[in-house]
Design a protein around this ligand. Structure first.
Ligand code: ZN
Length: 245
């Protein structure tokens, strides 16, 4: 089984379409979505409709999904995120809000090999940035490969008998899964990268080859930016897409 892994799409339809086209050329069987479909970007309804149409094998909610559908307050959000999530709540159709509200909480065990979550397997809203965070997350994960998002930064941690190691992929890279090790991998954000590379990020997990391939894809950033401007969303969100920060 080959899984396409998408996370932190953030209502960026151009980035999502670019990833789907790139992944289709490489081939995959089913899709896993790790949350934050909406928030920040200008196409929340189109992105929700597109993901629903894909019929993911598994999906978990993100913190922006919870606030955008009205099930949680924007308490932990900064002013830009709060502004964007209010706008998102207003423009989402009632049907899409209800669908987002129904998304399950992670972690979710997809197979004997793979588990998915938004932030961390011990807390869907926790951020995994460094090896200390990763050690906690790996302890809580129940599969050899735990896929996560939330930070918008691609990274792979491996806990082996020799200890914990990590690497941050800069371009197309492969994480080979090692028997006896536990792996914690963030493919990076589809719609709002924050690692200094503005290209959309996604991954494909190949269960037979026991590897995770991580990809970066150029997309029509200008088109996504124009929509954000037209929607009247905060200007920092426009700049951010070009910078990948
Ligand atoms: Zn996010």
């Amino acid at each position: 089984m080959r899984y396409l892994v998408l996370t932190d799409i953030h209502a960026n339809l151009e980035a999502l379409e670019a990833c789907l086209a790139d992944a289709a050329a490489r081939g995959y069987d089913r899709t896993l979505v790790l949350g934050d479909l909406v928030g920040y970007g200008a196409d929340p309804n189109a992105v929700v409709a597109r993901i629903r149409g894909i019929d993911p094998l598994a999906i978990v909610r993100g913190n922006h999904d919870k606030v955008a559908c009205g099930m949680e307050e924007a308490d932990g959000f900064n002013s830009v995120a709060r502004n964007a999530v209010r706008w998102t709540f207003d423009v989402l159709t009632a049907e899409h809000r209800a669908w987002l509200a129904d998304l399950p909480q992670g972690p979710h065990q997809v197979s004997e090999l793979v588990e998915i979550c938004h932030g961390s397997p011990f807390d869907e809203d926790a951020y995994v940035f460094d090896e200390l965070d990763a050690a906690r997350a790996l302890k809580a994960s129940s599969r050899p490969l735990c896929l996560f998002g939330h930070t918008h930064c691609p990274v792979a941690f491996e806990l082996s008998s020799e200890g914990l190691g990590s690497f941050a992929p800069s371009d197309q890279s492969r994480v080979q899964l090692i028997d006896g090790s536990k792996h914690l991998v963030n493919p990076g954000s589809v719609g709002q990268p924050r690692d200094g590379d503005p290209r959309a990020a996604y991954a494909i997990v190949d269960e037979d080859a026991r590897c995770v391939d991580m990809f970066r894809v150029k997309y029509a950033v200008g088109e996504a930016q124009a929509k954000v401007i037209k929607a009247g969303l905060p200007e920092v969100l426009v700049q951010r897409l070009a910078l990948g920060r």
